[in-house]
Write a protein that binds this ligand. Structure first.
Ligand code: BES
Ligand code: MN
Ligand code: ZN
Length: 520
């Protein structure tokens, strides 16, 4: 999908060829019945006759009208052109065009639009027109190919928003694609290949570790989850170096359970197919890297993906087994279905070697988080208030929202074990918090946040499908950080979409020496 933007008056916008034109009309802009273009005159007449009110969501359609080049025209009131209003106006207009065959869409903004609103609108158009096709024998190809934005007052900030939207959508759609693929089309090996393909560019590196490498590192918790599967595990290490090597990276850790049966603590059959989405965290890391390859912000980012299936088998790990994690802590695996925290804890220990400025893990970790927050907000857990605030704000401004949850030490009581340093489950109460408390034990050496996306990574039911969340949140966080950090390696000054800056928690730290490439 391709986005472009140009400065145009309304009179010119209606003469530009396309299948459909959506005009966003703010409440404050009262049309003049003597307007120079036919559209302004029609809107004025409709208002005069009481057929079109200048309030949010009011909508009017025209078809094949003289003086208007596109076949379909939708005029929609976008109230005061605030971000959320622009998004919902565009959504309503696109809904009205449902049965129209729109390949090329023009979107015209009357008056000033907030860049953030335009970005939201474009990504929601992409979302509404997306469809998964990979494993269909007769794929219906996507109709909407191009959105051409025109604005009377096109500004550099708006142009930047379009550039961001383009990168964001490519990242979100890559994340959706990998999350939607069935587990037999998205094995750990497939994910590793996808990571390598994304990391082909100049500023990128990708290293893939296999079972022997992971054993050498002592990742006993990760290995325990993988030991019941016929598919070999993969530990994927991606790097993006957009800033000087002296700048400490942000590490993203994505849970990559390509299928979660629960293992010996097996899950019930209904909806078990949805556990193909248990690599949604990994998919979001791949998506972020894809977006970084478009935007090339001045920042260093590491992506870590522990990828494996969780299967029951004669060799599978059993409830009560004790394993030794890479950190040296022993873990009593009381429930083999609490496998996400087991693969993540070793990846978190691995993250220490990057001397990161922050580590963020992203995981479809607990059903309890779905109970707590539903499909609206991602669960945010962090021991660092500044990091939590930055992530919360990135969620608000990208529309990919999250909500902070507590981490009081009292919640860790239930994780005590008589047979190991820690158990992998506590009781039923506050399940998303006790999972986060387990992870926190492995994060003492850096600033850390955990995003539980169990409720937000995919939709169930008739509209079943991946959402691509939280690529939007993470990309917003990273680009804001880049804007507020030290000068980039390429000396060009960079703009941000909003021009806002966030307090930087940067501590310059030396990069670890490059390690010899390893393979399975
Ligand atoms: N992948 C699941 C979490 C999940 C379940 C996400 C349903 C979305 C929908 C995770 O591995 C899991 O099974 N967690 C258990 C933990 C429990 C055994 C403590 C859960 O949430 O039931
Ligand atoms: Mn599980
Ligand atoms: Zn899981």
């Amino acid at each position: 999908m391709n986005f472009e933007i140009q400065k145009l008056s309304l009179a010119h916008a209606i003469q530009a060829q396309s299948d459909a034109l959506i005009v966003l009309w703010p409440s404050q802009t009262v049309p003049n019945a003597l307007g120079h273009d036919p559209l302004t005159r029609w809107v004025a007449t409709a208002i005069e006759n009481g057929d079109f009110e200048l309030k949010a969501g009011s909508l009017m359609m025209l078809y094949c009208q003289p003086g208007i080049a596109p076949r379909h025209l939708v005029v929609v009131c976008s109230a005061d052109n605030k971000a959320e209003q622009i998004r919902s106006a565009v959504q309503a207009a696109w809904g009205a065009l449902k049965s129209a065959k729109v390949k090329h869409l023009n979107l015209h903004v009357v008056g000033d639009a907030t860049p953030q609103g335009l970005q939201l609108a474009l990504s929601s158009l992409a979302d509404a027109s997306y469809s998964y096709t990979t494993t269909l024998s007769k794929p219906k190809t996507r109709l909407l190919k191009q959105v051409f934005v025109s604005a009377e007052n096109s500004t550099p900030a708006l142009e930047n928003a379009v550039r961001h939207a383009q990168a964001l959508v490519s990242g979100v759609e890559l994340a959706k694609e990998w999350a939607n693929r069935p587990a037999n089309y998205a094995t750990p090996t497939h994910l590793a290949q996808a990571a390598k393909d994304i990391a082909k560019g100049k500023a990128f590196k990708c290293e893939v570790l296999g079972p022997k490498d992971v054993a050498k590192l002592g990742m006993g918790a990760f290995m325990a989850v993988a030991q019941g599967s016929a598919e070999p595990l993969r530990f994927i290490v991606m790097r993006y170096n957009g800033a000087l090597a002296t700048q400490a990276p942000v590490v993203l850790v994505g849970k990559g359970i390509t299928f979660d049966t629960g293992g010996i603590s097996i899950k019930p059959a209904p909806e078990m197919d949805e556990m193909k989405y248990d690599m949604g965290g990994a998919a979001s890391v791949l998506g972020v890297f894809k977006a970084l390859s478009h935007l090339k912000p001045a920042i260093n980012v590491v992506g870590l993906i522990p990828a494996t299936e969780n299967m029951p088998d004669g060799l599978a790990v059993k409830p009560g087994d004790v394993v030794t994690s890479m950190s040296g802590q022993t873990i009593e695996i009381l429930n083999t279905d609490a496998e996400g925290r087991l693969v993540l804890c070793d990846a978190l220990t691995y993250a220490e070697r990057f001397k990161p400025q922050a580590v963020i893990d992203i995981a479809t970790l607990t059903g309890a988080c779905v109970i707590a927050l539903g499909a609206v907000r991602t669960g945010l857990f962090s021991s660092d208030d500044a990091l939590a605030l930055q992530l919360h704000q990135a969620g608000e401004s990208s529309g990919d929202t999250c909500w902070r949850m507590p981490l009081d030490d009292d919640y860790a009581e239930g994780l005590k074990s008589r047979f190991a340093d820690v158990a992998n489950v506590a009781g039923r109460a506050a399940g998303s918090v006790t999972a986060a408390k387990f992870l926190q034990r492995f994060t003492q050496k850096f600033s850390w946040a955990h995003l539980d996306i169990a409720g937000t990574a995919w939709r169930s039911g008739a509209a079943k499908g991946a959402t691509g969340r939280p690529v939007g949140l993470l990309l917003q966080y990273l680009t804001q950080l880049a804007a507020s950090a030290q000068p980039s390696v390429s000396a060009k000054p960079r703009r941000t979409a909003t021009g806002k800056t966030v307090p930087s928690a940067n501590r310059a730290a030396p990069q670890p020496k490059a390690r010899a490439a390893r393979k399975a």
